[in-house]
Design a protein around this ligand. Structure first.
Ligand code: EPU
Length: 442
């Protein structure tokens, strides 16, 4: 099985690229489709490993979920005949715990394993479980089997306020709100645009969900969810950021299309700040190009509308090419710098630094433990000449970052762990080749 990339670095990437549908919308919309009566037709679904894994999970439960035509997926939950997500799918897919919603729609007791996904910290689901409990769902965890069991005696009801927002937590509670017979309110909800797309999808099917800043109210609607028209999901903002970064990092010029520009405004602003050329062509197309020497920057990640955590690895590799000291602070996940040791293999000089944080319990979005030592900030001193090397991908976004680094490094690199990258990027190598990059799957 192909699980590595061989990259000859140093080529300028130029041309046009269209991003695929957003992974983090597709996965949730596929799961939410199981709440509908009848078939749901979804368009622009990316052909990536995480989507195939989810379709397989649903099929194993007895539901219908399959590609029918290019990037079109048809889903129907009617045939679901099991109330338990298997351990293998649960361990591979972060979103598997969202199956609580469609399973609880059908069964009063359901079992879902502790979810896997990218290794970017402990990634507990304590807030999400607390939210479920606040809505009246009885949840218990068996550490021997690694399974959560959820029991629903009466329709979910009530309100939940997230102590700190959770993106997928907000989405699961919205889906569970679909089973309620009275208005359910979620406050201090996450504000990621993927959540807005999920809400738009459910509302298109007849749901009654309203959002006002960080409060989401889900009111019962008189009819079951049903969609007579196909629903088309938007483009992937993380993929767009990867190509925007590649344009500047390889001293190239790339036009990116297929997503709404406002989704990555904070990244494009950062690129402008460091000296890249950014040109808006229209609402869905933009051009990013190298204009000359890059300036250093300082960013800290935060939930939407801030600078997204998934983007910082991209920026870090770009900043190895800027003149001066850049600082990147990670506030959302507790372990999102795994790529640092890999970049050092290419000769990058990146060091972990400690910054005085007055109130870390508030400042960080993960569950900060004062007795633990964290590496949440890096300093990059550039410009640095990167050379080829052998790299190993540890998480999806870091995977794209390592590929960017290899593409700007002088000489040949091997990036192992392509399968992790392909969980979220469709035709990554093919798209790079079409832009003039030298990359081969082996
Ligand atoms: N957290 C808890 N307890 C919880 C829930 C979250 O401690 O009950 C912590 C997390 O460990 C993290 C922070 O709170 O430190 C924020 O987590 P959140 O729940 O918001 O993130 P997520 O839902 O697990 C989603 C995306 C991530 C993306 C983040 C931020 C999906 C499937 N995943 O993760 O995407 O980085 O939101 O927007 O939508 C990716 O696509 O590669 C990816 C990691």
């Amino acid at each position: 099985m192909e699980d590595a990339l061989i990259i000859q670095g140093g080529k300028q990437l130029k041309g046009n690229v269209k991003v695929s549908g957003a992974k983090n919308v597709a996965l949730k919309v596929i799961i939410a489709s199981l709440l509908f009566d009848g078939e749901v037709v979804l368009k622009n679904i990316p052909k990536i490993a995480d989507v195939f894994e989810l379709l397989d999970l649903i099929q194993k439960l007895g539901g219908k979920a399959q590609f029918e035509g290019d990037h079109t997926v048809v889903v129907e939950g009617k045939g679901i005949s099991k109330n338990r997500v298997d351990l293998l799918h649960g361990s591979k897919l972060r979103v598997s715990f969202m199956m609580f919603a469609p399973l609880l729609q059908r069964y009063s007791i359901v079992s879902v394993p502790n979810p896997g996904g990218c290794r970017i910290g402990a990634r507990p689901i304590d807030r999400i479980i607390e939210g479920m409990q606040k809505l009246g769902i009885i949840v218990s965890y068996d550490s021997n089997s690694g399974y959560y069991t959820a029991k629903l005696d009466k329709p979910p009801s009530g309100n939940y306020r997230f102590y700190k927002p959770s993106h997928t937590g907000t989405e699961l509670l919205i889906m569970l709100g679909m089973l309620a017979k009275s208005t359910v309110t979620i406050s201090n909800a996450a504000q990621e645009p993927e959540i807005d797309e999920l809400i738009a999808f459910l509302n298109a099917g007849g749901a009654n969900i309203r959002k006002s800043q960080t409060t989401i109210s889900i009111s019962p609607s008189s009819k079951n969810l049903r969609l007579n028209e196909p629903f088309t999901i938007g483009g992937d903002r993380n993929e767009a950021v990867t190509f925007a970064t590649l344009a500047v990092a390889t001293k190239g010029d790339i036009t990116v299309s297929g997503l709404s520009l406002k989704l990555i405004a904070s990244y494009l602003n950062e690129l402008k700040k460091v000296g890249a050329g950014v040109e808006t062509i229209n609402q869905n197309d933009f051009r990013v190009f190298y204009r000359g020497a890059l300036n250093p920057t300082k960013v800290e990640t935060s939930p939407h509308p801030g600078f997204m955590t998934d983007w910082q690895p991209n920026l870090a590799v770009l900043m190895t090419q800027a003149k001066g000291e850049s600082v990147i602070i990670e506030r959302v996940f507790e372990n999102r710098f795994s790529y640092v040791s890999e970049l050092r293999r290419l000769g990058a000089e990146i060091e972990f630094i400690r910054l005085p944080i007055n109130n870390p319990l508030e400042y960080f979005f993960f569950n900060f433990d004062p007795s633990k030592k964290y590496n949440q900030a890096i300093k990059i001193t550039g410009p640095q000449a990167l050379h080829g090397g052998v790299l190993t991908v540890s998480d999806l976004r870091a995977g794209a970052t390592l590929a960017i680094a290899a593409l700007i490094a002088e000489g040949e690199s091997v990036v192992n762990g392509l399968s992790i990258l392909e969980r979220g990027y469709e035709n990554f190598a093919e798209k790079i080749t079409s832009l003039g990059g030298e990359i081969e799957k082996v």
